[in-house]
Design a protein around this ligand. Structure first.
Ligand code: FES
Length: 226
């Protein structure tokens, strides 16, 4: 068995990684580079350049290639090094390859699985349509404790009823027909990320979403205070 459990974990909201950009993230203390080329496909890699170990999340995207900020080596979306600026005539050997993890989106959330041979299914909470992004927030609390506490936390939403959406997922139903999906990212031993999307009539209006996003601040305080 490898270092990581076979399960899908959220690493952010889909819209947070714009085409042409590269961002860092951490799952279970493991650094990741998340980037998106012009083709729109998200990529999630170990945040380490195979050349001299520079963080690839500091790199820059050109077309559908990620270039390392240090010596400019370029990597295509499969992780293979395709160009070495100091040796433009050289075809890089196949052995120079970044560590690539699966990257997919569902419910407006970006997911990955760090297991050596991922086989578990993606989280399934019904139809993918109708979910609207609220916000991501980070709490100083272990991921599993966060999941437990979410069931009793005061999120400022009237008549909220918390539920369990599966491994690393919490849901909150409100009396007004709104559902919040909270995907929990284990960042480190004492830190978790919450990536929140909402579905329902209220979630369609941007003003309502703004209001709900503000309430998430209250949720963070409630989680950390317990
Ligand atoms: S460390 Fe990345 S190209 Fe040299």
């Amino acid at each position: 068995m490898g270092e990581f459990r076979d399960r899908w974990t959220a690493v952010g909201l889909e819209h947070q990684v714009e085409p042409g950009s590269s961002n860092p993230a951490i799952v279970d203390g493991h650094p990741l580079a998340i980037w998106r080329g012009e083709n729109g496909q998200p990529n999630i890699w170990h945040d380490r350049c195979p050349h001299r170990g520079m963080r690839l999340s500091f790199g820059f995207v050109r077309g559908d290639t990620l270039r390392c900020i240090y010596h400019g080596w370029g990597y295509e979306s499969g992780g293979q090094c395709v160009s070495i600026p100091a040796h433009p005539e050289l075809t890089p050997p196949k052995t120079i390859c970044a560590k690539v993890y699966p990257a997919t989106t569902r419910y407006g959330i970006l997911w990955t699985n760090l297991a050596d041979e991922p086989s578990s299914p993606l989280p399934d909470l019904g139809p993918e349509e109708g979910w609207h992004p609220l916000r991501s927030l980070y709490v100083n609390c272990p991921a599993e404790t966060t999941a437990d506490r979410l069931r009793g936390a005061d999120c400022g939403v009237p008549d909220a009823k918390a539920g369990n959406g599966g491994d690393g997922i919490a849901t909150i139903e409100t009396g007004s027909g709104l559902t919040l999906l909270i995907a929990i990212q284990a960042v480190g031993a004492d830190k978790a990320g919450l990536h929140v999307v909402a579905r329902g009539e209220d979630a369609r209006a941007s003003g309502q979403r703004l209001e709900l996003a503000r309430k998430m601040q209250r949720l963070r305080c409630a989680l950390e205070a317990q």
